[in-house]
Every structure is written in C-alpha cells, then in structure tokens.
Design a binder for this molecule. Sequence first.
Ligand code: HPA
Ligand code: ZN
Length: 349
Amino acid sequence: MNFDSVAREDLPEILCRMPKAELHIHIEGSLEPELIFALAARNRVQLPYQTIQELRAAYAFTDLQSFLDIYYAGASVLQKEEDFYDLAWAYLQRAKAENIVHAEIFFDPQTHTARGIPFETVINGLDRAIRCGREELGLSASLLLCFLRHLSEDDAFAVLEEALPFRDKFIGVGLDSSERGNPPEKFAGVFARCREMGLRLVAHAGEEGSAEYIRSALDVLKVERIDHGVHCLDDPQLVARLVQQRIPLTVCPLSNVKLCVFPSLPAHNIGTLLAGGIAATLNSDDPAYFGGYLNRNYTATFEALPELGAKEAYQLARNSFQASFVEESIKDGWIRELDEFFEEQTHIR
Ligand code: HPA
Ligand code: ZN
C-alpha cells in the first residue's frame, strides 16, 4: 500500500471511516451528563449539581484521583438493570457510528455492589445491550470485569465469587482505579485464580505508576495486554520486551492529557511507541469525561502529532484487531476488511 499517496487533509475522514476495535473503554466512563440527569430523575436521586453545565464544569481534573472521585459519584445514578442497559446501548450506538466493529468493554462491579446494587442487575443490563448490539447493529462486543485496586484483594475475590454464576457473560478481568500505592502484586492471588479459570487478563499499569508496575503486571499477574502503559519508555529493557513479546498497549491520548499524564497532545509519546515497534492501540478510556469518543482520540492525536500519517492509522487499526481477544479467523476477516479499505484510499490517487 502506498501510504504516502494519502493527503494530510484526507486523514481525519480516513481515521473516522476505517474499521477498528476499541479495547479500553470503561462503560461507566461513557455516562454522559445528559444521561446522569435523566437517570437521576428516573431513580429520584438527588445530585449535588443543579444543571448539566454545572456538572460539566466540575470535569477539570488535576490527576487520576480527582477524576475517579467524580466518576464514582456519577455512577451512583445507575440503579436498575434498565439503567445499565441504557448506558451500554448508548455506547454501542455511538461505537457503530464511529465504525468500531468490535469493543471489549470494562465494567466496575464493585462501584455498584458497594452501593447495594446486585451484581446480576449490573451484568444482566450490560449483557442485554451487548446482545442487542450484535443482533441490531452487527457489532461485536464483550465484557471485561475490572477489580478496583484501591480495595483489598479479599474484596476482589468476593466479587469474583459473585460473578461465577455469570461466567459466560464476561471474557476476562482487568485492574483499574487508583494506581499509585496499589501495585499489581497486591492482586497476585486473584489473578492466578482467574487464570486457572481460563479468563483473559489485562491490567492498567504505567498510567500514573512507574514502568516497574508494567513489569509486575506482566511477571506477577501474567496479563496479556497492558492498559495505558505509556511510562514504559522510562525503561528501555522493558520496551525491548514489549516489542519482542508483542504485548499490546491500550493507549488513551485524550485521557492522558485530561489527567495530566502528559501536558498536551503534542507532548504525547504515541508516535515514539509506534516507531519503536510497540503494538500500541488507540482508545477512549472514559469518553464522557475526557472530551471525546474513539474517533476524536484518533483525529485530535493525528492533528497534534505530525509524525502520524496514513501508515500509522493503518497500523493502529490493525493492532486493535490483532490485540483483541477473539478467534484468529475473526481477526483475519477484520484485517482483510481494513486492507480493502486502505487499498481503496491509496489507489484512488
Ligand atoms: N485509570 C484507572 N482507573 C480508571 C480509569 C483510568 O484511566 N478510568 C476509569 N477507571
Ligand atoms: Zn482505563
């Protein structure tokens, strides 16, 4: 493919139209202010904000924790199975419109069970939306259950126990919430148990935490993908390992800027990660809070970084399929579609 034949001004449309997967999206982070107010009214929840504008004005984050405080508060309007369905259905429709053909979606059950919402209410609502997405939108999606790392490993074991009757409704587990001071090794036992159960394993590491957390996520938790992982560049030996073992990173540029992991998009290291041969992917993380869904992450990042062109667009989309947890034959089908899309873009001129 002659990627150089693509004009820079044509990139935004190509980025939006190309088929892609999203592998790092927290469903609670797709809860838009409008839906927060609608669900608050439906469930008679009193919000500490009078208007949508007032709520949005509170989305000025200084670090991960300042975001998490608001994110967990926002999730309190989710109470009934229908609410979880509406939340996931809104994301899936959005994903369809953005030419996402496959999504692996995080959910945080402990955020809800701690408020007395039964696990089954959460997972049944999300699962029903995913099944509708498959039938009505032709979109492939699956769930990853995230353990909250600021809570204990015993808590993680407890939620895993509650999840067992619903084992067929999620494909794997992740680790999220406050990273610093909560290293991967805190969850060694529960990840080992999940591994025995045949669950797929991922973990947030190297977002605010150091490269050492990426190492222990790989060595101790034995995860297959690293969520964020942008601090790997501090450790050249680790970078060599990520490249050699083809360990994917799910990078979220708008999130990184909103949470002050990087001062600006032009300062982001995604170009360096790709040039170094790392299997990086682009993702939205918490799109309702960070200023954009997946296509906005692509277009804003490519606009900010001149080293990113059509070749990198193709590479990122290809990586997203390759890094997904679906059968190889399905990945191959999506990559063929991607190739056809790019053949067309690069032959026209
Ligand atoms: N990091 C950690 N926990 C999270 C995030 C994140 O970016 N988003 C939602 N929970
Ligand atoms: Zn995340």
